[in-house]
Design a protein around this ligand. Sequence first.
Ligand code: PFF
Length: 444
Amino acid sequence: MQREHWGSRFGFIMAAAGSAVGLGNIWKFPYLAGSEGGGAFLIIYLAMVATIGLSAMIAEIAIGRYAQLDPIGAFKKTGGGPWVIFGILAILTPFLILSFYSVVGGWTIAYIVKSFALMFGGGSGVGHEDQFNQLVSSPVEPIIYHALFMGLSMVIVLKGVTDGIEKASKILMPLLFVLLLVLVVRSLTLPNAMAGVKFLLEPDFSKVNSNMISAALGQAFFSLSLGMGALITYGSYVAKDSNIRTSAGWILSLDTVVAVLAGLMIMPAVFSFGMDPGAGPGLTFITLPAIFESMPAGALFQALFFIMLTIAAVTSSISLLNIPVAWLCDEKGMSRSAATILVSVVTFALGVPSSLAMGVWGDVQFFGMNFFELLSYLTDTYALPLGGIGSCLVAGWIGYGKIGREVTNDGALPFALLPVWKWICRIVAPIAILWIVATMTNLA
Ligand code: PFF
């Protein structure tokens, strides 16, 4: 069967930026920046993104485009032998990440519904923290929303690469930007907004330590969708004559701009209403609704915010879902529809214990973590970093002959920084990533 390709470069950039821009940017980045020292975190994060992040992104897209295959096929073709393990990892990790990502995606849909209820006068009658805890700890409600979120992602992926993923991203990503800008302007025009801006941008270098640096790199990987097959798979649909480096530059810049804008949307509002910027994961689901409540037309802004968050989450989840689907189609000869339904159902089932871990199964602990935290920890700490090392090593060493040529389109697009890229892939990125894994495991 002829492999599908993106209809245009814009389509590819929107789809890949859709993958990158997600809960990681809007939910995670502001609270991480909030708890890890504001501007100092931002500077370290930007440094990580511009060096290791960019190099790994170019490597992954180039590996995919060279191979024109799913990640396992791609690692077979570029590395072969034991390197295929990284391909297997790239197929397994999306199941794990998507399973709990979809649970959080379900919460975002639940909050859209709540916002509309609020607009029509139906408040929940309980405090914001209780409201959130009631939702996530219920044994049924969040699972229904999780099913809805998975279903939405499944419908898009079922339609294929150009008609499904690309088309949806071309509509949803510009919409996301517009919503984000509206919300940033609203937040920046609140009284005392500048305190939030200052907090986000003013660096306090006394907060810099190894934990913060490793959190910044971990976040860069997650946010840029690196370290698993997402960009390898999306890269496999990229036209042979397009410039991988400029596309990577676009994707990375859009992702970073959205993260910073999300910070500029959340922090001024947090400061304006005297909330705690270091509130952690509850910042989005507890602090923000409290803020919206005290704002004129707050229910409307709350609805816009959660619609935007759901869009961000869906365009990421389709890139995750598409990875095992591509493998089943490319290597197992399955039809796209059968593969998509199978992967969606399995991932949905795997997400159920994550959802229950917030409530009735909260006591089931693994190394002091519930199931949701365990999956998030294992993927953040090990799977994504190791996946990233795999792509960098294959691109920089064993597959360099092929991938280096792919990056320059066989010499047609000369790249002055090729040696820099090569050495980052060969040495700098793998060592930095290993150091981070060690720090997060508390071995360093
Ligand atoms: N980049 C997404 C986010 O920031 O939310 C998450 C993600 C999507 C990670 C796809 C990895 C991936 F392959």
